[in-house]
Design a protein around this ligand. Sequence first.
Ligand SMILES: Cc1cc2nc3c(=O)[nH]c(=O)nc-3n(C[C@H](O)[C@H](O)[C@H](O)COP(=O)(O)OP(=O)(O)OC[C@H]3O[C@@H](n4cnc5c(N)ncnc54)[C@H](O)[C@@H]3O)c2cc1C
Length: 371
Amino acid sequence: MHKVIVVGRGLFGSAATRHLAERSDGILCVGPDEPTNRLTHTGVFGSHYDEGRMTRVVDPSSEWAVTAKNSIDRYADLETRSGIKFFTPSGYLGIGEPGSDYNERCAAAGALVGVATEKLSAIEIRAKFPFLSIDDNADGLLEIGTAGHISPRAMVHAQTKLAEMAGAELVRDEATKICNSANGIEVELASGKILEADKVLVATGGFTSACGLSPVDLGLRVFGRTVVLVKIEGSLTHELSNMPTIIHCASGAYILPPIRYPDENTYLKLGIGTDSDRTFKRLEDLQAWFKGEGSEKNRREFTDFITNLIPSLKTCNDWHTNTCAVTQTLSGLPIIDYVDGRKIAVAVGGNGKGAKGADDWGKIAADLMSS
Ligand SMILES: Cc1cc2nc3c(=O)[nH]c(=O)nc-3n(C[C@H](O)[C@H](O)[C@H](O)COP(=O)(O)OP(=O)(O)OC[C@H]3O[C@@H](n4cnc5c(N)ncnc54)[C@H](O)[C@@H]3O)c2cc1C
């Protein structure tokens, strides 16, 4: 009998497991490794199978700023203790548009948690980042030091390693069923094994509803997202060497600077999520999305957008797409709460920006399970 079983070992689940294990014994996490071959994989997927996620304190909403700040403050400690580096402090630039208060709201949330930002005019943006083609109406908001990008894969590895060092047990399997038992909660695994705990925390991201793991309808919407990656080499490597992570307010695009991937190549990545993206309810449709190449329309539109913003990318001839899923909640914030008395809880709903503050969302879930 375990005290708490955490189901799901993505960004939220691995963080919650670590926080729980560092304060109590009897913690077990159920969650598979990333599949080695997406096409032949028959199980679930995660939204952290990548090398780049933007991280920054500033956000139009203070809840996201607070959790990001708390998490970013702990990155160095996690990296040191695990020996796994996941944070690159490349900085963040918000490119605003006339009439939009996005940058003002971000700056205000930053100030609220004591993080200084710098406002830039269009001329100053072009002087600092000469590879950007922006018109005179644009303005910029810069966050340096605390902002940049994390490797979500490496962060999950670091959290998992620290959780195990603190005594957590790890079962690399999938949960198929969670139900009440005479003494607590039973978690049935794909292997057929049954585990038992006083309490269960479900942190299975976009697969939560598709796998039927929450006893109540959480009102989640799971969007399929397409990202475009362009290989950066030759003189572009130098030209883009001080590139920050970027949000372009008018288009909603998020752009990651050149990052090295496991194939030893360096790619710049972008995506633009909208409410018109495909949504998924059924497990087999979600699995098929993760195995596919995404939206061809998105590929064309994102390629046009980024070659207009960074014209020197027109010289690149190696472009490809990848797929991922975003789990959106009705409130726009993660749901971290009990859903069945005080025995089964969930920590789900990254809303497309759950990576940066994942350690703090995991801590909030651990606090809930410890209460
Ligand atoms: C294209 C894209 C770009 C993004 N960019 C950013 C960004 O720049 N910055 C940012 O902060 N956030 C970003 N995000 C969001 C961020 O990646 C997510 O919010 C985050 O991954 C959510 O963490 P999670 O733990 O809820 O889900 P996941 O990371 O998906 O983890 C869920 C885990 O549950 C496991 N699982 C599923 N079903 C089961 C089961 N039945 N049994 C056991 N385990 C199971 C999976 O294997 C997975 O490991 C982006 C997301 C996408 C899709």
